[in-house]
Ligand binder design. Sequence first.
Ligand code: PNS
Length: 157
Amino acid sequence: MNIIYPGSFDPVTNGHLDLIKRASEFFGSVTVAILNNPNKTPLFSLEERKELLELSTKDLLNVTVDTFSGLLVDYMDEIETYIVLRGLRAVSDYENEMRNALANNSLDNRVETLFMVSKTEYTFLSSSLVKEIASYNGKIDNLVPKAVEIALKNKYR
Ligand code: PNS
């Protein structure tokens, strides 16, 4: 069975990768779906985010990376996948995730959301935190894959 892992991935972090790896072990395949959100100005373009995810997941043979615009449920219908994977880092994630899961299910009642708890070492980790640290030239090598570390250094050079 395929599961979809949607997100902004601006950029992908080790926390995202840990979830992707764990999900790829018990789902037949994982589609990582990057949202093309016209209301946000990301640091990395859609193409850059896709390339960084592809590089970081190249050893996981049942993982594919794609992009989508508009409603997640419409994209899910297009690729005929009805399970969403989302990570929970802390209680603070719960409210928003619960709202999204309920909204998606009310838009399409075939859509279910599965939550995986992040490893403790990643509970503080987010793309925005990584960007902030990188913008001040801080150490991020333990937070993101090598390709992302290099890409961030180039952005903030
Ligand atoms: O990495 P993020 O920014 O927390 O991911 C949020 C995402 C992309 C999963 C969510 O915003 C989403 O699915 N957006 C698509 C638009 C949509 O379907 N919204 C309605 C209910 S979530």
